[in-house]
Design a protein around this ligand. Structure first.
Ligand SMILES: [Zn+2]
Length: 233
């Protein structure tokens, strides 16, 4: 094919469109011949790039509110944070997600065996998970109405407690619950184990105590003192 230099052939439609866009952008702009050309970062006042201004521009442009503060907590193990992050975006490979990807299977929640498995069902609305939610609320002595989705649950998970340390445990509690339910679910699905509500309750309390003892409270609390402390006003 013979090469034709740009200046010897007419512009095509796409190129004309791009030139028109460029002319519109520079229309009305005044050039200062005394200044050198330079790159300007439009997201900061001084025109200089900073990670903070970049983060703010991304954060404010996000149309979907996201509970990043509660998920990326220093009191919660990173792998649990990642799981909650995936769950909030509806990206965990529950059976409804597998069906969407072309897997031919009968969708049934492995915990209650009554409803189809979705991430919102198994972590929030499943009757077996609800046992843990009721336990959590009774431990802290609060009443709470759970919204439909994992994301809305975390977005609305405000700290109703005056004590800062108890508030930290309160904020970590739903993530601990999610993790324990998911581990129990995987034990049933992949290891052919049977559901144990007692094991679910024990693992939830013991993990929450372990997280609290590792970074929230001063000095390790016994299980008895921990439960007593959670319920104190
Ligand atoms: Zn269920």
């Amino acid at each position: 094919m013979k090469f034709v230099p740009r200046f010897l052939r007419p512009f095509n439609d796409w190129e004309v469109e791009e030139v028109e866009k460029l002319l519109l952008i520079i229309q009305g702009k005044r050039l200062n011949a005394d200044l050198e050309d330079r790159m300007v970062w439009k997201e900061s006042k001084d025109g200089i790039f900073s990670v903070k201004s970049c983060f703010n521009s991304l954060d404010h442009s996000s149309a979907v509110p996201f509970p990043w503060r509660i998920i990326w907590s220093t009191f919660v193990p990173t792998k649990v944070g990642f799981f909650a992050w995936e769950a909030s975006w509806g990206k965990v490979l529950t059976q409804d997600q597998l069906k969407r990807r072309g897997w031919n299977l009968a969708n049934r929640c492995p915990l209650c065996c009554d409803e189809e498995e979705t991430i919102n069902h198994i972590l929030i609305h499943c009757s077996k998970a609800k046992v843990l939610w009721d336990l959590l609320f009774s431990l802290f002595g609060v009443n709470w109405v759970l919204p439909f989705s994992v994301r809305d649950t975390l977005l609305g998970w405000l700290a109703p407690l005056k004590d800062k340390k108890r508030s930290k445990v309160w904020r970590a509690a739903p993530l601990c619950l999610f993790w324990m339910v998911w581990k129990e679910r995987n034990r049933i699905v992949f290891e052919n184990d049977v559901l144990s509500i007692q094991r679910l309750k024990n693992s939830f309390i013991c993990n929450l105590l372990s997280w609290a003892n590792s970074s929230i409270v001063e000095g390790p609390l016994s299980l008895f003192n921990f439960l007593d402390w959670l319920g104190s006003c």
